[in-house]
Structures are given as C-alpha cells and as structure tokens.
Design a protein around this ligand. Structure first.
Ligand code: ADP
Ligand code: MG
Length: 637
C-alpha cells in the first residue's frame, strides 16, 4: 500500500490532482459548518452583484442569491451524486460482469446481449429516456447516470473474469469443493477489484459531468436546490451580461473533472505493475547505446566478434550490470556454447548482438559487436533490421511464446521470408514447405496450415528453427532452445541443429545451462557467471579439465551414466545480484578455494590462445597452502 502511494506521489500530475481533489472534498464536507449565507434565500434587490462585492465574495446570481454559498452547496451535491452514481454503476456492473464471465455459456450470452442492447443506445439519449420515464429530480438523474454506465463496467469486468475463471487456481478451488459463491468471493473478486477501482477512477469525472448535464437541462436537481449543473443552467440566460454567474460553477466543474481524471490516470498507472517496471513503455526498435569509451579496434577474429560488451539495465536509480565486459567470437560453421546459471547474463549477451535488448531499461554501455569486422553497436536501425534474421537469426526457449497464436505456421514462415525478399504466394508456400521438411516435420504440406497450438512442443520448436533458417543466416543464436522440451525431443532437436550446421555451414551460438548438451553439440564453450566469462576453451578441454572452481562445481551437478553412485552437489548460495557486484571475483562467496586476494580488485581472464580462466587459484593447480573452507558472506557476519 505504501508502495502504491509512493508511486502515485512520483506522478506529479496525479499528485496535483490528488491535492486539489482532497481540498475540494474537505471543503464540501465542511460546507455546513462554514459561516455561509443561506444558498436558497433570494434577494432580488441585490441581483447580479459582481464578485468581491460587499457581503458576497463571488457575487450573486439572477435572484440575488450568494454565489459562493451556492457554489459550495452545489459542489457538495454534485460530488455526492457523482460518487454515488459511480459506486452504484461499479457495483452493479461488476456483479453482472462477474456472473456472466464466471458462469459463461447461456447465462453469459443472455446477460451480455442485454448489455449490448443498452450500449447500442446513444448514451445521453438513454439517460434522458430514463429520466423522462422516472420524472425529473436529482435521485432519478443519479439512477439514470448509474444505469447508463453499468454496461461499461459489466463489459470490462466480464472480460477480466473470463480470463481468470479458467486459471489453474480457480480449478484448484473447484476441486477443493468450494461452492461457486465462495470461489467468486474469495478467488475471483480479489483479482478484479483493482480493475474495478481503475475503471471507477477513470469514469467518475465523466459521471459528474453527466449528472451536471442532466441538471443543466433541468432534469436533475430542482430549484431552488443548487448543484453545479443547475447553476450553469440558470446562468445561461445571463451568459453575456453577467458572465461571472456561469464562470463560477463552470470553473468548479473544470477543476473537479480535471483533478479526478489526473488522479484516475495516476491510480491506474500505480496499480498496474507492468507500468512500474517500464514494460509498457514502448521499447525502442534497437537497444539504446551509450558508450563512454571508443570501441576496441577490430581484431579480425571470427565471423561474429563480441568485444568487451557491456549491457546494463537502468531501472529507477539502480544499475544492473547484466553483461559486464564479455569477449566472444564465432568462426563460420563453428558451434560455440555459452553456459551458465540462470541470470548469468547469457540471454542479454545474445540479444545485445542484434540490439534486441528492450530499451528502456536496457543500454549498451561499452564494447563492440563486429560482424565481418563491422561494428553493429550503434549502427542505424535500418542496418540492424536488414541483418536480423538474414545474417544472424535467433531461436528462443519457448516457441509458443514466439509464434503468433492466431496465424497459421505456414503464413508466419512466409512472412519471415518476405520480410527480407519479395516472393510470390506460391513460391512462398513452396519455400515454407521445404523449410518444414528440412527441420524434419513429417507431412509438411498438411502442417503448414496448422496453428501453433495444434503442434506439440517439439514440433513448435522445429517451426522456430525453420523460421530462423528462413533467410539462410550465417549465424543462429539459440537461447536455451531445448530447455522447455523433454529429453527425447531435446536429443532430436540437438541432432537436427547439428546436421543443419554441417549441411549448411551454419555457425551456432548455443546458450544452455546443461553441460550434457554442450558436450553433444559444441566445439568451444564459454562459461558465464554474473555477467562475465570466467572460463573458455574447447569443449573437450573444459569438460576434461575444468579450471575455474565454478565450472568444476557446475559439472559436478551433471549426472553421468556408468559413473556409479555419486552425490550430485548443488552449489551453495546464490549468484550475486548484478546491481551490487562485489569487487574481485563474483564467485568468491560460494567458492571453496577463496583467498583474501580474490576479493580485491579485478581478476583478468588469462590463459594462452583459446583457453582462458578468470581465477587466481584454478582447480588444475594444487590448492593454495592455507586453503580454508569457503565462508559465505552471510555466514561470516
Ligand atoms: P540468463 O543467463 O538466465 O539468460 P539474463 O541474460 O536473462 O540471464 O539476465 C541477466 C541479468 O540481467 C539477470 O540478473 C537479470 O536480473 C537482469 N535483467 C534482465 N532483464 C532485466 C530487466 N528488464 N531489468 C532489470 N534487470 C534485468
Ligand atoms: Mg536466458
């Protein structure tokens, strides 16, 4: 709750709205206690007194009534009617929406068609019809305004409820034997309340306006009772001669509706967790670049070379150093493995290559990414776009999330091809079928018109691979492509990738957290930890003689066939959070060989050509004489 208010307060406009609204509401509440003239006493001798005249701060109206007093009482009434209408509309609308969404089927159909019919009427016309039927009066105006807003709430809440009613936790509640009423009250309602609040806060201003509108037409509050709308209505005839009588209630309506709307927007933003993280701010087409230093010179190594790459996330006043100086290179036709625990920066490294890290909050703050020697960091978007998919293609972990659910897989493949070369419909279809064949999808002529959800996980990932192959890239970056699949399917996908690589001369950057997969596929491997490479070498060397204690521990986590019984040891502790990296070795707190020097200053990635480790006391050397068991920071404190 405090977080909510802090967020709200950060939004200047919403804060201003909140303050103004609070003042108005407090004044409205205090009105009966204030020393005001009677709002309804006429004094025709003193009609149309200008503002700041004796005894009438805001002047008087056409019957000589004190405008200030009428304004205060009128505001009080308008606010009360507006809020009451909003609460009534929200309660009834939400109840209808929840029932329709929860029960579905015929209930839903009957209710929602009724709601649709109400919505088909012009708004104001419907309100007028209701008042005409019930007769003029403030209460009837309230009923009319609430009634015309019920469909809006019902539609909104029904949509949300339909989404929730099929979630697992609701099924679980059903299986637990809870009654429908209990499920609605304890499982559904708490999840829709924020939406109700948001819908209310953004429509309350509108309802106050509508009520004022009805009063303006003489259908709401009846004389002599003042509300803002009726004050405007009565002042209408003197609009030119005595404008202050209209301006006073008009300005008040403006103030109230403005501040409520600003506040409502602020509440909506503060309640939406996605806005907080910046996830809803539109990401740029390419990652932001803010390099302080000039990028390192080209060395000509590899087809793709990543040099001292630094990618950070700037969230509020924190800086997450997700990638802190990574050097990599891939030769044509080579398979490079990148391995590391979850959160070690593998994906961010991979996405930085083509400027695909979401910005904001992502920023590339240093280094270079060279494709055939040319630096791509900060390259114009057109350049990056022409290369994405054509030179460097990606395969991601979850193909269900990367394929569009509403298009047939064939159409998505054709679209991928057409984004880089113009081809006709028939040719596109032919190419798509060939692509599906090349990733060993049986019966591709049929599968091409399947939707993603009609395929199994393994098949979907094959489509993902086919998509990556669509424009015959030189490099495929595969980010944990088999993590979501079961072991047998994983093996098939790996052998498919291996074949494709050999038959097409593809270079593959294969990201994984599984040494078994690396052993099967990769020529070389780089081990990442806390955003940096801590060891690299050929797969055989790294697997046989891991040098970094982390690599050694990571490999001890892999079960091996025929090894007999062996304890699979998890690594104690957690990786460091990348916004507070310790000086020296990031693994120090979890390392058994840690010495004091490990925590002091930068440790370089050292070794001869192609085989390097970022460790002062690698495992291949005898442990330092005074080695003591590792002590984690927490344990030491
Ligand atoms: P992995 O190695 O599992 O692929 P990632 O590259 O996805 O790890 O993430 C690396 C680090 O970057 C993580 O510590 C993560 O917390 C951080 N990170 C990733 N995305 C964001 C983001 N949008 N905002 C802040 N931090 C992020
Ligand atoms: Mg990842």
């Amino acid at each position: 709750m405090t977080a909510f208010f802090r967020l709200l307060a950060r939004n200047r406009l919403a804060l201003a709205g909140l303050i103004v609204m609070t003042v108005v509401v407090i004044l409205a509440l205090l009105t009966p206690l204030l020393p005001l003239a009677d709002p309804d006493v006429t004094d025709t001798g003193n009609r149309f007194q200008p503002p700041f005249s004796e005894g009438a701060l805001l002047g008087t109206d056409h019957l000589g009534r004190d405008l200030l007093s009428r304004l205060m009482w009128g505001t009080r009434l308008s606010l009360a009617v507006g809020f009451a209408a909003a609460i009534a509309a929200a309660t009834i609308g939400a109840a209808i929406g929840i029932i329709a969404g929860f029960y579905g089927g015929r209930t839903d159909n009957i209710i929602m068609r009724g709601v649709d019919m109400l919505m088909a009427f012009p708004y104001i016309l419907l309100a007028l019809a209701i008042v005409a039927a019930l007769g003029p009066g403030l209460l009837n105006a309230l009923i009319a305004v609430a009634a015309v807003n019920v469909p809006f709430f019902a539609r909104n809440i029904r949509g949300i409820t339909v989404g929730i009613a099929h979630k697992e936790f609701v099924d679980a509640a059903r299986l637990a034997g809870l009654s429908n009423a209990r499920i609605i009250l304890t499982e559904i309602l708490p999840n829709v309340v924020p939406v109700i609040v948001i819908a209310m806060s953004t429509t309350i201003g509108w309802m106050i306006l509508e009520t004022a509108g009805l009063s303006f037409l003489g259908l709401g509050s009846q004389p002599p009772q003042a509300d803002l709308g009726s004050m405007l209505g009565e002042a209408r005839s003197a609009l030119i001669t005595n404008p202050h009588t209209s301006i006073v209630p008009g300005v008040m309506i403006l103030i109230i509706v403005m501040s409520i709307n600003l506040l409502g927007d602020g509440i909506r933003d503060a309640l939406d967790p996605r806005l907080k993280s910046g996830a809803l701010s539109r990401p740029m087409a390419a990652t932001n670049v803010d390099r302080k230093e000039t990028p390192p010179a080209a060395t000509g190594r590899g087809l793709l070379e990543v040099q001292a790459l630094e990618t950070q996330f700037h969230v509020k006043n924190r800086v997450y150093k997700a990638v802190g100086g990574v050097d990599l290179h891939v030769e044509p036709g080579e398979c490079l493995g990148i391995i590391g625990e979850s959160g070690s920066g593998k994906s961010v490294t991979a996405l930085s290559v083509m400027g695909l890290v979401a910005s904001p909050p992502g920023v590339i703050t240093g280094g270079a990414v060279r494709y055939e020697g040319e630096d791509l960091v900060g390259a114009p978007y057109r350049k990056l776009r022409s290369m994405r998919g054509k030179n460097v293609a990606y395969i991601f972990q979850d193909p269900l999330a990367t394929l569009h659910p509403l298009y047939k897989v064939g159409d998505q493949l054709i679209e991928a091809i057409r984004s880089h070369r113009p081809i006709g419909k028939d040719e596109g279809r032919k190419t798509a079928i060939e692509l599906l064949k090349s990733v060993r999808i049986p019966n591709p002529e049929k599968r091409i018109s399947d939707y993603p959800h009609e395929l199994s996980g393994g098949m979907r990932q094959r489509v993902g691979i086919a998509m990556a192959l669509a424009n015959e890239p030189d490099i495929i970056i595969a980010d944990e492509p088999t993590t979501a699949l079961d072991v047998t399917v994983q093996a098939q996908i790996l052998s498919l990738l291996d074949d494709l690589r050999r038959s097409r001369g593809l270079a593959i950057v294969f990201i994984t957290h599984d040494f078994g997969v690396v052993a099967q596929l990769c020529d070389r491997v780089a081990v990442m930890y806390a955003g940096r490479i801590i060891e690299e070498g050929t797969t055989a060397e790294v697997l046989e003689n891991p040098m970094h204690p982390y690599t050694a521990r990571l490999m001890a986590c892999v079960p091996e066939l025929g090894e007999g019984k062996r304890r699979l040891e998890a690594i104690r502790g957690l990786p460091p959070v990348v916004d507070k990296l310790p000086p020296g070795c990031a693994f120090a707190d979890r390392c058994e060989r840690v010495q004091d020097v490990c925590r002091q200053g930068e440790i370089p990635l050292e070794g001869e050509e192609g085989r390097a480790v970022r460790c002062l006391f690698p495992v291949t050397e005898p442990p330092p004489a005074d080695a003591k068991p590792a002590q984690s920071q927490e344990a030491a404190e």
